[in-house]
Design a protein around this ligand. Structure first.
Ligand code: ADP
Length: 363
């Protein structure tokens, strides 16, 4: 007869579809029961993709039958819950009867800003995009309509970039986002001690992100911009399992080498059915005093990435000292210098993002 420990070891060889991590370390195994010749495994998944539970169930059954050939019966039960949804997603019956249970019920569109690696200006991009979106929405008569959720656990920098220095308050067990420049801001940085380096392990990342995503009381927002951690690993999977995203923007640099990295990130969104809104290229060029452009980091990475990912190229953001200064001083360039070239570039991208979100098949 198999032991519980042996069954768990066997389950550790079953990867989550599309990922190299296994279902045990993702915390999906709720119970393993062994009775005479029966092995029963209870799993709990959060996904909107109906295929995934079926694939997991099938693979687990095959694996257990292979590892424990003398067992008469293998019973795998998968409990599936849907991710918290934004307004643009169809709601489940449970949510219709309990609208306040979903902290995202007032949010119309949720988008993620992603990059294959750190240091490409993803957070700077997320902040300025949010500011540009807010300017457009203000003109439409909507105030306090944009939020930023900083999930970059490795370097949460959005509060500083948005000039926010206080800590959020808790109300009815929900965290109330802080606000500046008419934009709601919530950051993982508020939850971790900046003096203590945190070593994030897979399951820990997953739990923290899920809690973070489910316990913030967002207002009635038109767009919530999520700054993802760089890379394509567990944190991103946790996030997209917890919140249903309406789309993702991939930020890259102009180096041709960046294309490979960005491609990996985009493949991850494909695996979890999140549509790509497009690719934005940051640090594209430096404008010279004579009006010429110096391509310090090479050329072509952004458009090439967009072609590879079969998505749109949203535009280029130049290298500009004012961008860095705006971030360091807590006033993003879109607000500090709205007539500057970079601010206009962010604005152009924001218009496209909003158009994409408002397309009939997205709404
Ligand atoms: P990431 O989130 O990808 O790690 P950040 O947004 O934190 O990157 O940016 C890294 C650094 O580069 C920051 O100091 C930021 O101010 C600076 N930066 C980002 N984009 C630009 C740009 N276009 N021009 C000048 N500095 C930039």
């Amino acid at each position: 007869m198999a032991t519980q420990e042996e069954v768990i070891q066997s389950l550790k060889t079953v990867p989550y579809p599309g990922f190299s991590r296994d279902i045990v370390s993702f915390g999906l195994v709720r119970e393993v029961r062994i009775e005479d010749d029966l092995i029963e495994v209870n799993l709990a998944l959060t996904t909107a993709d109906q295929d995934i539970p079926l694939r997991v169930k099938e693979t687990v059954e095959q694996q257990l039958t292979r590892d424990f050939p003398t067992t008469q019966e293998v019973n795998v039960v998968v409990a599936v819950s849907r991710p918290a949804q934004s307004q643009s997603q169809p709601s489940t019956p449970g949510q219709a009867s309990q609208p306040t249970a979903n902290p995202l019920s007032g949010v119309k569109h949720v988008i993620a800003i992603a990059s294959g690696k750190g240091g490409v200006g993803k957070s700077t991009f997320a902040t300025n995009l949010a500011c540009a979106l807010n300017q457009i929405l203000l003109k439409e008569g909507k105030s306090q309509a944009v939020g930023i959720m900083d999930c970059d656990i490795y370097g949460p920098s959005i509060p500083l970039m948005m000039g926010i220095h206080q800590q959020p308050e808790i109300e009815d067990n929900l965290i109330i986002p802080l606000s500046n420049f008419d934009i709601e801001v919530m950051s993982m940085g508020f939850l971790v001690d900046p003096e203590t380096p945190v070593i994030w392990r897979g399951p820990m990342i997953m739990k923290t992100i899920q809690q973070f995503a489910q316990n913030v009381k967002w207002g009635d927002l038109e767009v919530l911009v999520i700054d993802l951690p760089p890379g394509t690993g567990d944190a991103q999977l946790s996030l997209v399992q917890t919140i249903q995203l309406d789309g993702a923007v991939v930020v890259t640099t102009p180096q041709p080498a960046a294309v490979n990295v960005a491609r990996r990130g985009a493949r991850m969104f494909g695996q979890v059915n999140v549509p790509l809104i497009g690719v934005a290229e940051n640090m594209s060029y430096l404008e010279m005093p004579d009006g010429g452009r110096s391509h310090i980091f090479g050329e072509g990475g952004g458009p090439q990435t967009a072609v590879e990912l079969q998505t749109g190229f949203l535009g280029q953001i130049p290298l500009d000292t004012n961008i860095r200064e705006g971030s360091d001083h807590g006033t993003p360039i879109v607000l500090a210098k709205p007539d500057s070239l970079p601010a206009k570039a962010f604005h152009g991208i924001a218009v496209q993002v909003l158009d994409e979100l408002r397309k009939p098949d997205q709404a």
